[in-house]
Ligand binder design. Structure first.
Ligand code: AMP
Length: 420
């Protein structure tokens, strides 16, 4: 027996209502904040990620699904959404449009991670990117969008963590200080952090290991090293968030997993789940478009993991709209009635009425049992007698009452009953 590959899962019909609930809300939020949908391919040139996300990050070093295709091209299943969005922005000359260009996507990503609850090798995100504007108002608006999205799903138990990681001017200074600080503690660091110290020192700050966490807690704070522009930007973001009455906590250890972030970084963390608490995150990436070959183009974005949202919704018992059952089950008795039933099913569907047509030649009792299992409101029964009179029996499954109605009127009657 084959199984879905480790770290992947099937989205079964019973899960699909949750998926629809989340993605419908994402689309609604996109509309509310004027973001346009974008779909990028499942695989991209591998260099798109190595150039943007940069070596030294877990995603590029350990997690990408890289392969060479039959034409010898080096490709990768997409690992995240921001670099492909910027690639599309450049490729389609969106820099000629009024800025910022606001795009959203709902798509799957692939990372070779150690699978556990809330962490998969194929996962899905709803992401929102606003490209081409440096105004700190946009940072606050994206954070507002992110919290609005969660609240629209019924998720209220979360906190917003905020930090600034500076820019190309001030970050190197801070990294130098951070390196010096960590070099003195090198022996106490975990193996991963010893590598981070060499390759990606900012990531030292968000190591989850207990000893490393203690070292990070008292590490120099990046916010003490920001240049005056980054300082002013960060203050504006906070001021706008306060104006919007959005609560947030400053966290100097927040750096995010990807390398292209600059200035504002933020994360939405659930207060309910301890292991995979990050529901979503984002920030500014003012250098990414330029890194990919474009003009310097400031940008800010946010993405949230759909599986984690669904887990949260299920664990906290948020009720979602129930899937609507088909309106009617069409039962038939005898060959001629079966033909009439087939015709009737087609007529009702053409009128927009969802129906289930019985198959085979079962007894009426068996067919009614089947109708019950589909939870239809009505069963339409066509027997020989009804055929000759061009009627059908309309059985109200809840009230367990039957009436005789003409075949010609049945669609209209069901439409009327549906609208009540
Ligand atoms: P990132 O692209 O790493 O910034 O992740 C954005 C969001 O996607 C996270 O906050 C999580 O909610 C979700 N996410 C990231 N990686 C995974 C994964 N491997 N499995 C499930 N969800 C994930």
């Amino acid at each position: 027996m084959y199984k879905a590959p480790r770290g992947t899962s099937d989205i079964l019909p019973e899960d699909s209502e949750y998926w629809k609930y989340v993605t419908d809300k994402a689309i609604a939020v996109g509309q509310l904040y004027n973001y346009q949908p974008l779909e990028t391919p499942v695989f991209e040139d591998a260099q798109l990620f190595t150039r943007s996300t940069a070596e030294g990050t877990d995603i590029v070093d350990k997690e990408m699904y890289v392969f060479t295709d039959r034409g010898g091209q080096n490709l990768t299943l997409k690992a995240e959404g921001t670099a492909p969005t910027c690639r599309a922005y450049l490729e389609h000359g969106m820099f000629n449009l009024p800025q910022p260009v606001k795009l959203y996507y709902i798509t799957s990503f692939f990372r070779y991670e150690r699978p556990q609850a809330g962490r998969y090798r194929q996962h899905h995100q709803c992401g929102f990117e606003a490209i081409g504007d440096a105004d700190p108002l946009l940072d606050a608006e994206v954070i507002d969008l992110s919290q609005h999205f969660l609240r629209s799903l019924g998720i209220t138990e979360f906190s917003i963590r905020l930090n600034s990681i500076g820019c190309r001017q001030c970050q190197p200074n801070y990294i130098k200080t951070l390196r010096e600080y960590y070099s003195q503690q090198e022996a106490a660091l975990c193996a991963d952090c010893q590598v981070r110290l060499l390759k990606n020192p900012l990531r030292l700050l968000d190591c989850k290991k207990k000893d490393c966490k203690q070292i990070a807690d008292v590490a120099p704070k990046i916010t003490d090293y920001l240049c005056s522009d980054c300082q002013a930007h960060f203050e504006r973001v906070q001021h706008y968030l306060t104006t919007l009455e959005i609560p947030f906590t400053l966290n100097h250890r927040l750096v995010r997993g990807l390398d292209y972030y600059s200035r504002t970084v933020f994360e939405l963390e659930t207060l309910n789940e301890k292991s995979q608490s990050a529901l979503g995150g984002g920030g500014r990436y003012d250098n990414l478009v330029e890194q990919l070959g474009g003009r310097p183009t400031p940008a800010v974005g946010f993405a949230t993991g759909i599986e984690r949202l669904i887990l949260n919704i299920q664990q906290t018992g948020i009720s979602i709209p129930a899937r609507s059952a088909p309106v009617a089950f069409i039962a038939h008795l005898g060959d001629a009635a079966k033909l009439a039933a087939i015709k009737l099913s087609s007529r009702l569907r053409a009128a927009g009425i969802p129906v289930v047509l019985a198959t085979g030649t079962k007894s009426l009792r068996a067919q009614l049992r089947q109708a019950n299992s589909f939870s239809t409101s009505y069963t339409i029964i066509i027997g020989e007698q009804e055929l000759s009179t061009e009627n059908v029996v309309l059985r109200d499954m809840k009230a367990q009452k039957q009436t005789l109605v003409t075949q010609a009127n049945i669609a209209e009657i069901l439409l009327q009953k549906q609208s009540h």
